[in-house]
Design a protein around this ligand. Structure first.
Ligand code: FO1
Length: 328
């Protein structure tokens, strides 16, 4: 039986920036259909005795409409009393954990200490923050994956490079520590056994390819599982008008010899995961560059992909589901 576009499952692969914004818009758009958001866990790290999951938390906050849109991370309406006490007491304050964000982290720590899995903990805290409907937020793996970077100033953990060192060291390589022993999250593979997930589409969100997409798709078995089971795989370019919209993606891509263009991103994903993606979504601003990409001609769709405000984000989510994925 072929399911209709509104009831078919959608899997979104997401980091914490553009991916989280798309997650929120798809959650709104898909009030009638199942949505599973697989989050990047490579940015996770241990800090102040707590497990911090920045991309998973950005998605939780975004879909429950509590993401601080200006910062792009952390909770809105935040206060910083605990952080200033930590600083006062000589503790580390380079990573800004707000009071409300800390409340989530303390609950995560308590649930993990009870022996709950990361997917159970994520579902519980997302539910407590108001997530309802058929949307599930699932960390891509239960096994710890930790992104580490090799730089001209030595090897370091991702958050040290990204936050403490403000991406200043020159990047030489990116590694995902532990990924070779990781598995796709059983919460996700079990979900795919359910009748509602008999048929589904995949959207690779507009997230940093090296820092957010690869630590999900490089999990052994993940890319092949998605390719074998998905009806259609669509990937959304994080590059708009030859620029990364936010953050240091352009610097990182350039230092790792990736071309900062929709075309370069397409080639990189296609080479790393051959045959995975059926349809590439580029922003309209990049339309002129298509003539140079003969290999992907016919498989590239154009629309306005910038999601700086909820309205264009909703329009983009609508377009993805109804137009891009809607043609049975
Ligand atoms: N990013 C920063 O640039 N500075 C911070 O102090 C910071 C704190 C922080 C706290 C909780 C959280 O969930 C995310 C936080 N981020 C911060 C973002 C985080 O580094 C993300 O991994 C990156 O934005 C990449 O997605």
């Amino acid at each position: 039986m072929i399911s209709s576009v509104s009831s078919r499952g959608v899997v979104l692969l997401s980091g914490g920036g553009g991916g989280a914004r798309l997650a929120a818009a798809l959650h709104q758009q898909r009030s009638k259909g199942p949505l599973a958001i697989l989050t990047n866990t490579g940015d996770d790290f241990e800090h102040l005795g707590l497990t911090i999951c920045p991309d998973t938390d950005s998605v939780i906050y975004a879909v429950t409409e509590q993401l601080d849109r200006e910062r792009g991370w952390g909770r809105s309406g935040e206060s910083w009393n605990a952080l200033s006490e930590i600083k006062q007491m000589g503790g580390p304050d380079w990573f800004q954990l707000g009071d409300r964000d800390l409340a989530l982290h303390l609950q995560r720590a308590a649930l993990l200490a009870e022996g709950k899995s990361m997917s159970e903990v994520t579902a519980t805290v997302a539910g407590r923050l108001g997530l309802t409907g058929q949307t599930l937020i699932i960390p891509a793996s239960e096994q710890a994956i930790r992104t580490r970077v090799l730089t001209d100033q030595g090897e370091m953990a991702f958050q040290e490079y990204f936050v403490a060192r403000r991406c200043e060291p020159r990047l030489l390589d990116v590694r995902y520590h532990g990924i070779e022993r990781a598995l796709p999250n059983p919460a996700f593979t079990d979900l795919l056994q359910e009748p509602a997930w008999h048929e589904f589409d995949v959207i690779v969100g507009p997230s940093n390819p090296l820092l957010s997409v690869a630590p999900i798709l490089d999990i052994p078995g993940m890319a092949s599982l998605l390719r074998q089971r998905a009806r259609r795989v669509v990937a959304v370019s994080p590059i708009v008008g030859g620029r990364a919209l936010k953050g240091p993606a352009a610097k990182i891509m350039t230092e790792l010899a990736m071309s900062v263009s929709a075309q370069g991103w397409t080639q990189w994903i296609d080479q790393r995961y051959p045959g995975l993606v059926d349809t590439w979504v580029w922003d309209k601003e990049d339309q002129a560059a298509l003539s140079e990409t003969e290999a992907s001609a016919g498989r590239v769709r154009f629309t306005n992909t910038v999601m700086s405000q909820p309205k264009p984000a909703a329009a983009f989510a609508d377009w993805l589901i109804e137009d891009c994925l809607g043609d049975d």
